[in-house]
Design a protein around this ligand. Sequence first.
Ligand SMILES: Nc1nc2c(ncn2[C@@H]2O[C@H](COP(=O)(O)OP(=O)(O)OP(=O)(O)O)[C@@H](O)[C@H]2O)c(=O)[nH]1
Ligand SMILES: [Mg+2]
Length: 460
Amino acid sequence: MLTREDTIAAIATPYGVGGIGIIRVSGPYSEKICQALFKPASASGPLKNRYLYHGDIISPETGTIIDEVLIAVMKGPHSYTGEDTLEIYCHGGFLVLRAVLSEVIKLGARLAEPGEFTRRAYLNDRLDLSQAEAVTDLITARTDRGRALALAGLKGTLSKELQSIRSVLIDILACLESSIDFTEEDISSVSCRNLSEDVDNVLARINAILSTYKEGKLFRDGLDVVITGKPNVGKSSLMNRLLGEKRAIVTPIPGTTRDFIEETINIQGIPVKITDTAGVRNSTETIEKEGIAFVWEKVMAADIVIILIDGSTCLGEEDVEVVDRNKERKTVLVVNKSDLPPRITDAELADLMPGVKPLRISAKYGSGISELRERIFSLASDDERFTESDVVLTNLRHKISLEKSAEALTAAKDNISLGSSPELSAFDIRDALHYLGDIAGETMSEDVLDRIFSNFCIGK
Ligand SMILES: Nc1nc2c(ncn2[C@@H]2O[C@H](COP(=O)(O)OP(=O)(O)OP(=O)(O)O)[C@@H](O)[C@H]2O)c(=O)[nH]1
Ligand SMILES: [Mg+2]
């Protein structure tokens, strides 16, 4: 069980070598730890709040200098965690950081759990839960659009919209509750005539947020695209072309790629993981067979499959097998080597995949690649236009709570229009409020919080 009475500490920068490395301390001992460890180069007397000081970290036991640092004390409640905090900007070497951290621990702090600083920020009302969750999204964002959405979440754009929805619901609830105190005949005299319309408006606002989830998830989690086809069609060349670097081995020998290779690229803000796979053919060779078994696994898990065909040779059995295996999937039919004389006609392609418009490219020379990126984007978005709005739902937990809230509101609306007793509708509205409150983390149990914060890194 974590308590907030103790003082926590962690290295907040990544492991490895860097210009600086930061140790973060939060809790009631922060200032004392600073006094015990730090000798300022020039200042005297107690360190001022939110000032940066230059000096040495000195081991209280041995009197030896451990590092020359900058240090800042930030007193609660105006700090990230809401508690007294200390940040020590050390030289960025792992041994330096470990030595300073160990002195901090000796002085009474304990090592922080993953996400514990942000958890304290949430427990001290510096952030609501959805904002705290946006912190990891921001750190792990892989494209600019993903980063912008996470930042909007952290700044509270979703929280504010939900807060405003909740205040409308509270008004509706007040109306319903006041009418409960009146007799049946008096109900109409209470000024709550448009309740059904009010609930409808709230439902529309919730549905508008819900409708952004697909987009939010796409920008946050991205999607998986697998390149498949028979050997030597240019899968690895296409992989390299999409990445803009030579990542996969390309040779004229069929069967070059044995294992799969995965890398992420950015397509209009969506992080797209591209997987290059082994060429598909009937093989008796163990390594190649294993590689091909992987292909089918990867293809099954993919969001979009690129079926690659070599346009400079005739269609073969393996091409047909690849197409057959992907009948149920979202696919792009890509014909490579368009720089060479074509050996496959449009009619043959139409026979192979009826109703599908093939895309001719040259992975070697780069033609057709931007069209391919566009095809991937429009398949991913189902040709829907994305909002420019900042209130975009990216988190499954939030989506589930919003859906439950919408369900409760629909029930409330039905009860109101059926003229049922106001108690019933009030009950539904309270439910809806409760689910909205879950998003901000108003009534979260410890184990839900444990689950959420365990995904954070240590020191955040
Ligand atoms: N002319 C031409 N040659 C290409 C093109 N794309 C790939 N190639 C050549 O085709 C050969 C095979 O390319 P790879 O990218 O290794 O093909 P692969 O599909 O990954 O092959 P495996 O890994 O063996 O399944 C190489 O010699 C490439 O240079 C292209 O657009 N035009
Ligand atoms: Mg290859």
